[in-house]
Design a protein around this ligand. Structure first.
Ligand code: NAI
Length: 213
């Protein structure tokens, strides 16, 4: 199997989309899925699916396809969602609340163990069964809980400093919603979620389609 660090980000994103499609299927243990099925589900070519999966070794059989149950398990293992991730949320505003109220992350392997905010009106309240703690307790609580993943949903102005607290608390990866570049040690994995960037990509494609139409 290839080393994870060498796998390009777009490939990782497609692997997640293949897994999402497989998890939505109601298949029996003997069901198979073809490259074409996966390709159609996420809007790429069959060749792209085969190429993406080949990076990680030999899956499936020519002419038969992949056993859905095995491929699902293999993709979970590759992506790291075949285990539980100890997760905390920093910032319990609009985005933090949406995350805390979203009940499906646990089903995907992310156990939300604690949430933090700096607003005295928010500290001590409960959102989606999670009690909100003061951000002053973040570092120590993360250490006590052995938190691994931090979801960062604070204003841009506070993002770098709260990210550093998460790192001192021991997290090794941050999902960053704030529209800022975080400057953190290289061993910390960072993924940024930015609706504006996605919308810009969307309108670029709309404009491209209109230009070619
Ligand atoms: P919000 O203002 O509703 O919530 C932010 C929360 O962070 C508040 O509860 C505030 O008390 C808390 N906070 C402030 N300083 C803090 C600190 N030092 N430690 C802990 N908590 C602190 O903001 P919203 O709408 O939830 O957005 C959160 C972040 O996500 C912002 O940076 C915003 O720009 C960004 N955003 C990102 C989007 C995306 O597509 N990724 C879309 C919308 C917003």
């Amino acid at each position: 199997m290839t080393s994870r660090e060498r796998v390009p980000q777009p490939t990782v994103k497609r692997l997640s989309l293949y897994l999402r499609d497989l998890e939505g299927r109601n298949d029996s243990p003997r069901d198979t899925v073809s490259s074409r099925d996966l390709a159609e589900a996420i809007g790429v070519t069959d060749a792209q699916v085969r190429k993406d999966l080949a990076v990680f070794g030999q899956f499936g059989q020519p002419g038969i396809g992949y056993r859905a149950i095995d491929l699902r398990q293999a993709l979970r293992k590759i992506l790291g969602t075949d285990r539980r991730w100890r997760t905390v949320v920093a910032g319990a505003g609009n985005i933090g609340r949406a995350v805390l109220n979203y009940g499906r992350l646990e089903g995907k392997g992310f156990d939300i163990l604690a949430a933090f905010d700096s607003d005295p009106q928010v500290i001590g309240t409960t959102i989606g069964a999670h009690r909100i703690h003061s951000v002053t307790e973040l570092e120590e609580t993360c250490r006590t809980l052995s938190a691994e993943v931090g979801m960062l949903a604070v204003p841009a102005s506070a993002a770098q400093s709260v990210a550093e607290q998460l790192v001192r608390g021991g997290v090794c990866g941050i999902l960053n919603f704030a529209p800022v570049h975080l400057s953190l040690p290289p061993h910390i994995a960072i993924t940024s979620v930015d609706l504006t960037v996605s919308l810009e990509q969307l309108v670029f494609r709309i404009a491209a389609n209109q230009g070619s139409g």
